[in-house]
Design a binder for this molecule. Structure first.
Ligand code: HAS
Length: 567
């Protein structure tokens, strides 16, 4: 058991808001992971229909992406941000603002969910035009985002007040990480807010007849790649500040953590064009430059890999390990009183593969082989559904149990869930990546054509790859449902002790002196803006010049435009 020394008492209102922000997305996960499983079943050709239980393939894929990748991650980032800022700065955020932010996020989620469940927004989580969604889908998504800005402004005030009193104290790493993450989030969401409010909502309402697809995609990816680091950074904060402690050791270097986090501020946003290597409207020079910056964004992850590996080695040796690799055996792999470790370590193992596949995608030339194939979901499930998902669910349960004073339900199963999830994910992603290299497309209901033996398009070589992906999907679905049962089982339990906010805190093995550059935001934000202007000015000039005629509105199930309605 971890020592109870790192405990903080918090108000009832604070707890109530955090509980809601943690449990609502976990409840929605039931829909999210169900549709993940269904994707693999359609794709393996077991289902040869366009819909199942009155929910269409693309409708399900949209629900899957939006709930898992946008709703869960945003709610969690806000809840975890509240927890870390409160814990480290010893001050609770403004409650009215907390409620306001929660209400905006919930209202937005309900609007977007209605549009998706009613089949009026089957546009996938990237909502690329010319696919058109109901205006409430776009407005709901915008509200969710704006709701997540509110706490950021509040935290910035809390931090400034704290810094006035603690000018010469190193800002806690978790606070630095949270503020960096939400700075990235604020900057990148400005672009998607413009896309939604200026381009998509008026077009979806029929006030404008066409949309500039190239511009919309470029604005989306300005947001879209930074979004993946908005998902990742809460996990990185946990890896730097909690993992070494729960492993039984220390963080190898505090300064390394700071460097990594600040580098994300520079490189997270100006790389979106690597999603558009195949877009004809952007010139090669811009693609090359953003491709180089993409290699820049791998540096903080390499720093993280080496720092965490050293921290884990130290932990293993503290536990009595001998020899070169003996430390691995000594780590608390299956310690049910310390279940967070299993969520973190499984996520990290998956991220080794997620990282390598990302580096392959980033290559301008190799990207032409993998773009829009099943390889891509193979890559990103080992990132967002690897370290990110596992850290989110593990920490949600940990925070809930600690703050409510209710013991975790099915603790043994909870400890095994991440291993099951990791095995499922490795099988799934191997199937997807292998299929992708054989040309299997992503975002395609293969069951109605390529995986239907009666179709003349049947591809027998995609049978093993899609079957593997489905097997992995079944294992992951089982793990996910076990977690959801454990989470809600915990909520239904009786309180055993008074709840409190308890976060394990790792000490640093090398606790370097305070370096002012790594304890302030201004120079980094200025450098961030300069790189952004250099990377995106030519990209935006390109898409305005080479955008072609505007596109009318389309529905996903019909290749003819809805032009006649656009009067
Ligand atoms: Fe990515 C596409 C490149 C990271 C998510 N990515 C996507 C999409 C998603 C996504 C969702 O360049 C699809 C979007 C769509 O729908 O179209 N990605 C990268 C690169 C990285 C990267 C270079 N991606 C992520 C992360 C994501 C994510 C993180 C979510 C959280 N990605 C791309 C590109 C595309 C792309 C192209 C577009 C492709 C196309 O054609 O459309 C890098 O940040 C990766 C760096 C990571 C590492 C790994 C570090 C390893 C660590 C673990 C250490 C383990 C330890 C344990 C210590 C260098 C930290 C050891 C202990 C033991 C006991 C063993």
């Amino acid at each position: 058991m971890l020592s109870k020394t790192n405990v903080m008492q918090v108000s009832k209102t604070f707890k109530r808001i955090i509980f809601l922000e943690l449990s609502i997305p976990v409840a929605l996960l039931i829909i999210g992971i169900y549709h993940g499983l269904m994707q693999t079943i359609y794709r393996a050709g077991v289902l040869q229909n366009t819909s199942f239980a009155k929910l269409g393939y693309y409708q399900g894929l949209t629900l899957h992406g939006v709930i898992n990748a946008i709703v869960l991650t945003t709610f969690f980032a806000v809840a975890f941000g509240h927890a870390t800022m409160t814990y480290y700065l010893k001050q609770e955020p403004n409650k009215k603002l907390m409620w306001f932010s929660f209400a905006l996020m919930l209202g937005g989620t309900l609007m977007a969910s209605w549009a998706m469940l009613a089949g009026k927004a089957s546009v996938l989580y990237t909502f690329y035009p010319p696919l058109k969604a109901h205006p409430l889908f776009y407005i709901g998504t915008a509200l969710l985002i704006v709701g997540s800005w509110v706490p950021f402004f509040n935290w910035a005030v809390m931090y400034t007040q704290w810094k006035k009193v603690h000018a010469e104290t190193k800002t806690p790493l978790a606070v630095i990480g949270t503020l960096i993450n939400f700075t990235i989030w604020f900057v990148c969401t400005l672009a998607v807010a413009y896309e939604v409010l200026v381009l998509l909502v008026p077009w979806s309402l029929g006030w404008t007849t066409t949309v500039n697809v190239a511009l919309a995609r470029t604005l989306f990816w300005f947001f879209g790649h930074a979004l993946v680091y908005f998902w990742l950074l809460p996990a990185y904060i946990m890896f730097y500040t909690i993992l070494p402690k729960v492993a039984g050791g220390k963080l190898y270097s505090d300064l390394a953590g700071r460097m990594a986090l600040f580098l994300f501020l520079l490189f997270s946003v100006p790389v979106g064009v690597h999603h558009q290597y195949s877009d004809p409207s952007i010139t090669q020079g811009v693609k090359f430059f953003q491709g180089m910056l993409t290699y820049g964004v791998t540096i903080p992850s390499f720093i993280t890999a080496f720092t965490l590996a050293a921290s884990l080695e130290y932990a293993g040796r503290q536990r009595g390990a001998k020899g070169l690799f003996g430390w691995m055996k000594k780590l608390p792999w299956f310690d049910e009183n310390n279940f967070l470790f299993s969520y973190f370590i499984c996520g990290l193992i998956l991220f080794v593969f997620g990282g390598v596949t990302g580096i392959i995608n980033a290559s301008y030339s190799l990207n032409t082989v993998v773009h829009n194939t099943a390889w891509l979901p193979g890559h990103f499930h080992m990132t967002v559904a690897g370290p990110v998902f596992l850290a989110i669910v593990g920490m949600s349960l940990y925070l809930y149990s600690g703050m409510s004073g209710k013991p975790v339900f099915m603790r043994k199963i909870v400890t095994i869930v991440p291993y099951l999830w990791m095995m499922g994910m490795l099988i799934f992603s191997f199937g997807m990546s292998w299929g992708g290299l054989r040309g299997e497309p992503r975002r395609t209901n293969l069951g109605i054509s390529y995986l239907n033996p009666k179709s003349e398009l049947f591809r027998s070589d995609w049978v093993p790859t899609t079957t593997l992906a489905m097997l992995g999907g079944i294992v992951m679905f089982t793990a996910g449902m076990l977690f959801i049962i454990a989470f809600f089982g915990t909520i239904l339990r009786k309180r055993k002790v008074a709840g409190s906010l308890e976060i394990p805190v790792s000490e640093a093995y090398h606790d370097e002196k305070r370096v002012p550059l790594f304890d302030q935001f201004k120079p980094w934000i200025i450098a961030m803006i300069i790189i952004l202007v250099l990377a995106y000015t030519p990209a935006l000039i390109n898409v305005n010049k080479n955008s072609g005629p505007g596109a009318p509105r389309f529905n996903i199930d019909n290749p003819t435009p809805l032009a006649s309605e656009n009067k």
